[in-house]
Design a protein around this ligand. Sequence first.
Ligand code: GDP
Ligand code: MG
Length: 327
Amino acid sequence: MPANLTPQYFDAEKKFRAARGPFEKIAALEEMLSVMPKHKGTDHLRAELRTRIAKLNQQAAKKSGGQRASMMIEKEGAAQVVIVGLPNSGKSQLLTSLTNASPAVGDYPFTTQSATPGMMEYEDIKIQLIDTPPLAPQAIQWWLPPILRQADALLLVVSLAEDPVSQVASLREQLVGMRITIGDREEPSVEPDVLTWPKKALLVGTKADLDSGGRNRQTLESEYRAELPVVPVSVTDNGSLDELKSRLYRLLDIIRVYTKAPGTKPDLTDPVVLPVGATLADAATAVHKDFAAKLRYARIWGSGKHDGVSARRDHVLKDGDIIELHL
Ligand SMILES: Nc1nc2c(ncn2[C@@H]2O[C@H](COP(=O)(O)OP(=O)(O)O)[C@@H](O)[C@H]2O)c(=O)[nH]1
Ligand SMILES: [Mg+2]
């Protein structure tokens, strides 16, 4: 059976070939694994990659005094989003306010020492958020860059109780050090032929309630709005947290599609989550790996068309579409 590897896989493979040292190699192999289609045709290759990761882990463990080199947190839900920021910027508080998780929140730096995941509910889907230790130069631990590189998006957290511009500059510098780029801007400090991990990101200004006159928020928006979406929030304002959730959903470029069997009502509580641009054939594969090959046609409700029209396998789906697959 053909493996049908995607362009993302070959990009990750390029990163593997350019990787220096076991940590970068592990990060690249883990990325290859995470973007590889999961079906019989890739079983062998996936097993091989896992063996290579295990071997590199042993090597890396020797270098780092016995610790595991991989702390990858298995992705759950529709997307994996990592919260990053300087000490005391409100990262853990954000995870607490948006998810079921309860990391330690404290008014002193370096409260958070490890990565903590939590699930955020947004309408009918769940998005995984991961709280991390501060991105301060002296505190970045060897296992952090791979977690950031694997993320579907980053929340860059800065406190609006202080000057936000220097915080963003500092965060960017740390990220560039990990060869992670954000926004559309070319990073002049990254050599053009060095492989990088480009990431979608939202710039989240926390503690908006402590920003007297909204001055820091205005500064943040005027400096960065052209490159990155800027979202001010406060734990005292639920509306701001809801706004953050919906901005994050839009950033992720995903759609929800609901399936129904002929003659029944659709299940509107359990959507299939797909990337923007996904077709009926992609949706069929997401339901069952064999369905795309068997798909004859589908009926579709939504998509700005008449209800129940039949559509072909290359039809591009929209958020909220309901589909009925005919095999
Ligand atoms: N007034 C106010 N304080 C906040 C807000 N978010 C976080 N804090 C406080 O800021 C401090 C640092 O928060 P924490 O989440 O531990 O920061 P971290 O180090 O980035 O994880 C704590 O005392 C929080 O209670 C907010 O929206 N408003
Ligand atoms: Mg914390």
